[in-house]
Design a protein around this ligand. Structure first.
Ligand SMILES: *Cc1c(COP(=O)(O)O)cnc(C)c1O
Length: 355
């Protein structure tokens, strides 16, 4: 830290992303990317003609993209805001709807960025423990008296609440914002987008990073009533009105016209997930009921850290967490069937080594 660093941030613990080696040497199952390429039309949309216009700023209103999103989700124009990844949307939510006095509430085991933003923006956070079986008890979030943020399905557990359970949380918090982070909803969760019409305190956050194979393009969005979108846009225009570059706007709109392609890929990933879950269970691992593109696994035969380290040495990357309550668990992205078969070969080698 230099002596010039802002004193307000000296204790800030930045988000630690999963490793991103760029040499292609690892079977990469650590950051929940899709193993499949974007749809062909998406690649066409990032073409030379688009590239030749990179001398011009992108549309601050992202009209083509937001229009396509509004049509896709059957909400009016003006109900959608774009973010440079949904991480940026979460940042808008903190800046727009949480402050030192009101604070935020989220599950103790959830997406690590919530805590980072709470620290960065000096917002008090109340963290609610999960049940013993790693599920969320919706009633713990009733009358929260602060902004509630819930990933549904939750990460890294993979477990989903039903829409009716989330609706209970929204209904029982009429005077605070409830933000539902639906990063993984396309792999079998129930979306709350349709509830945005009914509730004026709901913000639904989604991303192109997982189910639409565009993690590298950085594109997320929120859907909510227009007054909430306007609040978040006030923040967006105060940070970076050009937050979505030209190529990404174009790719994002094109992806929505290729829904059949993505629906098939998501179905493939779900099928691979269920096969891989059974393979883990056959080897004595505990596996949560995932509704996402990852599995959360643990074994009494090997510690979480040891399994992670040994796989890494053999060329496969998964995600290990150091929080004491989940230190024996690992999060394993569902890759292609070939990648997963290799993962189990390596896992079998490891299980042989430790007896
Ligand atoms: C991956 C993820 C995000 C962030 O995705 P972006 O790439 O920033 O769109 C947000 N929330 C959860 C729970 C995630 O797992």
């Amino acid at each position: 830290m230099s002596r010039f660093f802002n004193k307000d941030h000296v204790k800030l613990r930045a988000y630690v992303p999963g490793e991103q080696p760029q040499d292609g040497k690892y079977i990469k199952l650590n950051t929940n990317e899709s193993p499949y390429q974007p749809a062909p039309k998406v690649l066409d949309a990032i073409n030379r003609a688009q590239g030749e216009r990179l001398n011009l700023y992108p549309d601050t209103e992202a009209r083509a993209l937001l229009g396509a999103l509004a049509d896709f989700y059957n909400v009016p124009r003006g109900w959608v805001i774009p973010g440079n990844g949904s991480d940026e949307i979460l940042s808008f939510i903190f800046l727009a709807f949480a402050d030192a006095a009101r604070g935020v509430m989220y599950p103790e085991i959830s997406y690590g960025f919530y805590e980072v933003y709470a620290d960065l923006y000096n917002v008090k956070s109340v963290k609610i423990a999960l049940n013993e079986d790693l599920t969320i008890n919706p009633r713990d979030y009733y009358a929260a008296g602060r902004t509630v943020i819930i990933a549904n399905p939750n990460a890294p557990t993979g477990i989903a609440l039903a829409r009716a359970e989330i609706e209970g949380i929204i209904r029982e918090n009429p005077d605070n914002i409830v933000a539902i982070d639906e990063a993984y909803v396309d792999f079998g969760g129930e979306s709350c987008v349709e509830l945005t019409e009914k509730y004026d305190n709901l913000v639904v956050v989604q991303t192109y990073s997982k189910s639409r194979s565009l993690a590298g393009a950085r594109l997320g969005y929120a859907i909510a009533r227009p007054d909430l979108i306007a609040d978040m846009n006030r923040i967006r225009f105060s940070l970076n009105p050009y937050n979505i570059n030209r190529l990404t706007q174009s790719a994002g709109a094109a992806a929505l016209s290729e829904n059949d392609y993505y629906a098939r890929k998501c179905a493939d990933i779900v099928a691979t997930r269920e096969w891989a879950k059974a393979e883990y269970e056959r080897r004595g691992f505990a596996v949560t009921k995932s509704r996402t593109n990852f599995l959360f696994v643990s074994s009494e035969k090997i510690s979480g850290a040891d399994y992670y380290e040994r796989l890494k040495r053999k060329g496969a990357l998964i995600r290990h967490f150091t929080m004491p309550k989940i230190v024996n668990w690992n999060r394993v992205t569902v890759g292609s069937p070939e990648q997963m078969r290799r993962l189990f070969e390596l896992t079998d080698e490891i299980l042989e080594e430790i007896i």
